[in-house]
Every structure is written in structure tokens, then in C-alpha cells.
Design a protein around this ligand. Structure first.
Ligand code: AMP
Length: 396
């Protein structure tokens, strides 16, 4: 893996693709600056070498139009605050301003280009557009893990114009190492925990990770398709009827590959999909007709705890209950606790992809696990075994 640590940026201009697609409030203030913090080590290294940094990013979905609310200018105060450097701004990513501002950039300076997605060419992966951007710098650095699964001009196409000076940023290499630590060089026993609502969105992940893992804990809404396929009564719980056969096939495949699958054994059920619903705890195979399972039950939490405490490597994707409602967050909190405890005792734990990341941040477990991925879709596609376009472009 060729990272920025393999290059001396002294007197060089680096074009750094970052993912500053941060959430904002109605008055455009940044509400979560994780993605800005995440690229600070990369920027520090280039500046400390004596180089200069040209930052490029997208923000939101302006779809090729210039839209004030999606201007990167709005987040400059936050970027300066987090990075601790002054950041110059270029109000366009092409044109005369961009040419002169990038041309005049001095060692130690940072310039941020305006939102790449103000041009349709970015998402189209336009070669011409990428080539124009490439003219600004001596080296290309991709540190936008959150966008690595997109084959866009600035994330993949542009790399070909830097045949010997294209590098992974430190965030990108950290993300890739974290995935490798689970799927390639993970210390055994390796446990994957998959939750969330649907089996259909996790099938490819399960099939790809089975050869690497020892235990698979299945939870959340997707567990009910397995339980029903095994002959259980699941009431009105989430079900993907057309995936029941597939669920059985997965169990069969897991057995052949010596992976122990842990399905929930009990469930916190409710008489309606509401935090105010009436609640009971029952055996997962015996959910009454009008009721639905919305969280892991106590015995399931204990069993999962035992599996997790006996694991040296843990991968977690997806909540095991409807954690957005306080009455059904307990199972996911218990899971977070177990993973935190195992991590404290030396296990490596990776949390990645969508809602589990939102969960660990909301409940403060982000400090208690080994690594929280910054890329939702990119992490899921990596777990599916795909080589992401942004990664391939640097590796080739
Ligand atoms: P996903 O995007 O597939 O990872 O699913 C995340 C969502 O699954 C969260 O919004 C949870 O509320 C939801 N979820 C987890 N467990 C259940 C359940 N038992 N029934 C319905 N939804 C669930």
C-alpha cells in the first residue's frame, strides 16, 4: 500500500481528495466534524514536510448546479478550527481563479477548492475534468474513504495523471488496515455481529466474510427471516418472505465452513411499532400473532456477551434492535457494553457501516472500541469483498 509516508512533500503541491461531506444544521453550521478531524494527520504530514495542500471535496448533492447552501465556504470556520491552520478558499474548482490560486500557493499553505459536485463532470467521472484538476499539483492523495466506492473524477479517474505520485492518505490506510485486521490477519476467534433491518442488504457481506470468521451473531430485524425459516412463530416481526430459503442456505454454508451461527433465542416484543407500546419478553420462536420483536431479549444478550468475551477480533455492523426508541435500545446498548469490555481486555473491534456507527457515537462507545469506520457505503462494499474504485486507482 503506497501511502503519503512513502513520499517527501517538500516544495511539492499535493492535491488531496477529502470527504468533507459533513452534516449541517439549518443555519449551515457543522453538526459533526468527525470527517474533518479524520484527515488532520494527512494534512499535518504534508505541511510538516514543507509541502502545500490543495483540498478538494464534495458537499451534499447539488447535482451539477452552483447552490449557495452546498458551498464549502460555509464550513471553512469549522475546518480552520479543527485543523488549526488558516484555510484559503477558491470559489471555483476550475477556471482562472483556481489556476492562479493553486499556482501561487506557497509551502505551508492550504487552499480549499469549491464543491466538486457543482460540476456534473465530477459524478460522471469525466476524464477531461479530472485532467484539468490534476494540473494544479505534483502529487495526488486520496484520503476520502467515505467516497472511495464511487468512480468519480476526483476519487478514481484523476489518479492516472499521477502515475508515480499517487498515494493513500493516512485515514484511508487506517481504514484499509482495520478491514484487513478482521478479514485477513485477524487474531482468532473472530466474531462478526450483523444486525439491522434486512437480510437482503447483508447477504453479500455474510457470504464474503464466512471464510474469515469463526462466529456469526445475527440480530435485529433480519434475524426474524431466519427464525421463521426455521419454523418459528414471529408474529408481525420484520420478515423478508422471499429470503427465507436464502437464510437456510446461509446457515448451511456457515456449517460447511465451520462458522458457528448465533441467532437470538428471545426477544423484547411490542404490540405496536412505538416506544409507548406494551412490552413483553418471550422465546423468539413463540411470538404471539399480533406482536412484533423489536429488541434482543435478556438471554440473547447474555449468550452474545459470552461469545464476544471469548473473541479476539470483533466486527460489528447493524443494531440488534430499534435503538432509535429508548424502550428498544437496551439490546444494542448491552452489545456495545460487551464489545467495549472485550476491547478493554485486548480484543480488536471494528464498527462499520451506517446505523451502528450512529449508535456508537450517540451512546459514547466510539471511544471504547478499537476503530469506528468513517465510511458507511464504502465500508459495506469493502466487507462485500469489492475492490473500491478509489482504492484500485491508487493500487494500479
Ligand atoms: P440497516 O440500515 O439495515 O443496518 O438497519 C438499521 C435499522 O434496523 C435501524 O433503524 C433499526 O431501528 C432497525 N432495526 C433493528 N432491529 C429491528 C427490529 N427488530 N425490527 C425492526 N427494525 C429493526
Amino acid at each position: 500500500m503506497k501511502t503519503i509516508n512513502d513520499f517527501d512533500f517538500k516544495d511539492k503541491k499535493a492535491l488531496v481528495r477529502v470527504d468533507f461531506n459533513v452534516p449541517q444544521s439549518a443555519d449551515l453550521k457543522v453538526t459533526d466534524n468527525t470527517r474533518i478531524q479524520a484527515v488532520k494527520p494527512t494534512i499535518d504530514k504534508i505541511l510538516q514536510d514543507g509541502g502545500s495542500v490543495i483540498l478538494m471535496s464534495h458537499l451534499g448533492r447539488p447535482k451539477g448546479k452552483v447552490m449557495e447552501e452546498f458551498s464549502l465556504k460555509n464550513i471553512i470556520p469549522e475546518i480552520e478550527d479543527v485543523l488549526g491552520y488558516e484555510v484559503k478558499f477558491c470559489p471555483d474548482c476550475l477556471g482562472e481563479d483556481a489556476a492562479s490560486m493553486t499556482g501561487n500557493l506557497k509551502a505551508g499553505e492550504i487552499l480549499l477548492l469549491e464543491n466538486l459536485r457543482f460540476y456534473d463532470e465530477e459524478e460522471q467521472g469525466d476524464r477531461n475534468f479530472a485532467e484539468k484538476l490534476s494540473k494544479y499539483a505534483d502529487a495526488y492523495v486520496n484520503d476520502a474513504f467515505g467516497t472511495a466506492h464511487r468512480e468519480h473524477a476526483s476519487t478514481a479517474i484523476i489518479a492516472q495523471f499521477f502515475p508515480s505520485t499517487k498515494f493513500f492518505g493516512l485515514l484511508m490506510s487506517q481504514e484499509l488496515e482495520a478491514i484487513d485486521k478482521v478479514l485477513k490477519s485477524g487474531e482468532k476467534p473472530i466474531t462478526a455481529i450483523l444486525g439491522g433491518s434486512k437480510v437482503s442488504t447483508k447477504i453479500t457481506i455474510i457470504e464474503n466474510i464466512l471464510p474469515a470468521i469463526d462466529h456469526l451473531i445475527i440480530g435485529g430485524g433480519m434475524a426474524f427471516t431466519f427464525i421463521k425459516a426455521l419454523g418459528g412463530q414471529i408474529g408481525k416481526s420484520l420478515l423478508e418472505e422471499d429470503k427465507m430459503n436464502l437464510a437456510l442456505e446461509i446457515l448451511e454454508k456457515a456449517k460447511l465452513q465451520n462458522v458457528k451461527v448465533h441467532l437470538p433465542v428471545d426477544s423484547v416484543i411490542a404490540d405496536e411499532f412505538s416506544n409507548d407500546a406494551e412490552i413483553k419478553e418471550v422465546d423468539i420462536f413463540e411470538i404471539p400473532e399480533e406482536w412484533m420483536g423489536l429488541d434482543a431479549g435478556g438471554r440473547t444478550r447474555d449468550l452474545n456477551h459470552d461469545v464476544i468475551m471469548n473473541s479476539r477480533t470483533i466486527l460489528w455492523n447493524g443494531p440488534v434492535g430499534v435503538f432509535e426508541m429508548p424502550n428498544f435500545a437496551g439490546g444494542t446498548i448491552a452489545l456495545g457494553e460487551s464489545i467495549a469490555e472485550a476491547t478493554e481486555l485486548g480484543a480488536f473491534s471494528l464498527v462499520g457501516g451506517g446505523d451502528s456507527v450512529a449508535f456508537v457515537k450517540k451512546f459514547g462507545y466510539d471511544e471504547k472500541v478499537s476503530y469506528v469506520s468513517t465510511g458507511g457505503g464504502a465500508m459495506l462494499e469493502s466487507l462485500e469483498g469489492l475492490e473500491l474504485p478509489g482504492i484500485k486507482a491508487i493500487n494500479n
